[in-house]
Unconditional design. Structure first.
Length: 82
């Protein structure tokens, strides 16, 4: 076997490993490009402040909360008492 051909054949496994690594890096990068913004959007939505009053399930159970304080006591049956 000629020396030049033998040297060229030594590059074949190195090139195959390089191609496999680049292929894996491409798909991992593509997944990160789509996964990170999606995860950030979910995290930001989950941390939204409850400044405006709303009905939700909180630390004191289901009820009307304003700034994380339940303020619905007496609101449920106000119309019925009159």
């Amino acid at each position: 076997m000629p020396i030049g051909l033998a040297k060229d054949l030594l590059w074949v496994p190195k090139l195959l490993v390089l191609i496999v690594l680049l292929y894996a890096a491409f798909w991992l990068t593509l997944r990160l490009v789509f996964a990170l913004p999606g995860a950030a959007a979910i995290r930001i939505d989950a941390r939204k402040p409850y400044e405006a009053g709303e009905w939700r399930h909180g630390d004191e159970g289901c009820g009307y909360y304003e700034k994380d304080i339940r303020t619905d006591h007496g609101r449920l049956f106000d119309e019925d008492d009159e």
